[in-house]
Design a protein around this ligand. Structure first.
Ligand code: ATP
Length: 309
């Protein structure tokens, strides 16, 4: 496989280390999103781990519903190419204003199911935010951008409970704990509005780290503004608000949603709803919450998106 197997049509996005193109497979005529990274730039910016992690995570998740698929990778002398399933309808961020409560519930259910699939494969995303959630041609949700993810090693796979501590030594070359903490804090690019208190404090991430971001996203689906920092606060102020759990629900907010979010936005990651669900029960306690009473989780990805009704 090489770049000659594809016709590159146009740029559809730019990341910090990559340019993403819409491309067509010359044989099948199928459309793909091809992420192109310049090798020299990756080396200069020391982002080899980031790129490697995204590839490893996407390969491990290749059969997981609700995750962008990595179809194949190849390279030329100058570039690395990641051929990804094309999320035709782009980022979910652009649809939030159109989402009523039922639609928010639908996408919250799809997101939960995709997170379940990811956690069952022992991957913590660590950077869930609306900018990393895409919509495919049928308006179903896809999680993307797994470059910040934590990929647990075989010895962790036998852990039944999600709150068990996790081997942190698989995400870089640096084994000095102090420097690793600093690295972890500084590894953010973009917005910190969805980051959990444990990550802000440089502590290790758990599966329930993603549940914190999940609650922030659900809040935003419903309230149309970020949970922390909706008034143009700077990053420091947002960090403070997250650590102090300083957020408010609008007066007219759906009560069940309020209750679910409040049970997830907890400083102690082990006390978040779902944090102690066993691997074979993921995320039963969240699925069973009354907010999701009307949701058929098993068939959610084969239902018609409310945005198309
Ligand atoms: P950063 O690397 O700084 O975190 P990013 O995650 O946005 O930024 P990329 O993953 O390179 O960087 O993606 C750049 C943009 O390309 C995205 O914002 C998105 O709009 C678009 N994009 C990425 N993957 C796909 C895809 N599979 N389908 C459709 N569009 C995509």
């Amino acid at each position: 496989m090489s770049e000659h197997n594809y016709i590159f049509a146009k740029v559809i996005g730019e990341g910090s280390f990559s340019t993403v193109y819409l491309a067509k497979d010359v044989n099948s005529n199928k459309q793909y999103a091809i992420k192109v990274c310049e090798k020299a730039f990756i080396f200069r910016e020391k982002k080899q781990e980031y790129i490697k992690r995204e590839k490893t995570a996407l390969l491990r998740l290749s059969n997981t519903t609700g995750i962008v698929k990595l179809v194949c990778t190849f390279q030329s002398s100058k570039y690395l190419f990641f051929v990804l399933s094309f999320a035709k309808n782009g980022e979910i961020l652009h649809y939030i204003d159109l989402m009523n409560i039922d639609c928010s519930r639908f996408y919250a259910a799809e997101l939960l199911k995709a997170i379940e699939g990811m956690h069952k494969k022992n991957i913590i995303h660590r950077d869930l935010k609306p900018q990393n959630l895409f919509l495919d041609s049928n308006m179903h949700l896809l999680i993307g951008d797994l470059g910040s993810s934590k990929i647990l090693q075989d010895e962790d796979i036998h852990h039944n409970h999600l709150s068990h501590s996790i081997n942190e030594d698989d995400d870089g070359q640096n084994n000095n704990p102090k420097e690793k903490r600093k690295e972890r804090r500084e590894s953010f690019v973009g917005t910190a509005l969805y980051v959990s208190p444990e990550i802000l404090k440089g502590k290790k991430s758990l599966f329930s780290t993603d549940l914190f971001s999940y609650a922030c996203i659900l809040y935003e689906f419903i309230c149309k503004k970020p949970t922390f920092g909706s008034n143009g606060e700077n990053e420091y102020m947002v960090f403070q608000k997250i650590q102090n759990m300083d957020y408010h629900f609008p007066d007219n907010m759906n009560h069940q949603a309020k209750d679910l979010i409040a049970k997830l936005l907890i400083v102690d990651p082990e006390k978040r709803l779902g944090a102690t669900d066993g691997k074979d029960q993921l995320y039963k306690s969240i699925r069973n919450h009354e907010f999701f009473e009307s949701i058929d989780f098993d068939n959610i990805f084969s239902q018609t998106s409310p945005l198309l009704l």
